[in-house]
Design a protein. Sequence first.
Length: 279
Amino acid sequence: MLRLAGGEFLMGSDDPRAYPEDGEGPVHRVRVDPFLISPTAVSNAEFAEFVEATGYRTDAERFGWSFVFGGLLPDDFPPTRGVAAAPWWRQVEGADWRHPYGPQSDLDGLEDHPVVHVSWHDAAAYCAWAGLRLPTEAEWEYAARGGLTGCAFPWGDELEPGGKHRMNVWQGTFPRHNTMDDGWLGTCPVREYEPNGFGLYNTTGNVWEWCHDWFDPTYYLRRVSDNPRGPAGGMLRAARGGSYLCHESYCRRYRVSARQGLTPDSSMGNTGFRVAADV
């Protein structure tokens, strides 16, 4: 765990790349107390320790299915129901954290990749077992920025400085063709790429990360001095950081200020979490 000093920082974005409908703005000054946060998302190996110790069953395991990106399924995989607004997501029976690409897959070689197909409930259960908690959105963004102010990415404002990939996102034409110029089609290891100025890895791209907070896209317009810590006009939980499926053509949410809301029982192949604790 990394100990961060906290203090005041400018949260959110009014940049043209931001999504006002997600409530990224207005930019506002927030103070966070000192806290601890993990340098990486929780890995498959770490989550396996939790499951072995507790016998926990994730929401996806109890439901019997989860959403898998169609491009990760075998060419001969039988047709399954998709999501109307995002047909690249396929409802796959037997997909869960142990079988990230469907029942024919396993975790061989993915031990150091982030655990996926975990809901907010699953992440909270892991935290309770480990004596930790999920970070608030303010803590998450403060940590993700790595000490920089107003930048789009953990390293600055240029997507690929010097032509070098700094995160795991989609390259090519989404969703039909991924050139994999960064070396990855799905998730990458939790310590891939260079850490930010605070020592955190992959705070943009790779997987969305659950936060403690309820999600309300109007919250910063109404109260700009802190973050929601309880139900705020909806039943969604906040997630941060974007994922390996983000692409400029349809989803620029691979930035430190980007956010989205998901139902707490949501489970899909590009969502994980990292942990935090009070000092």
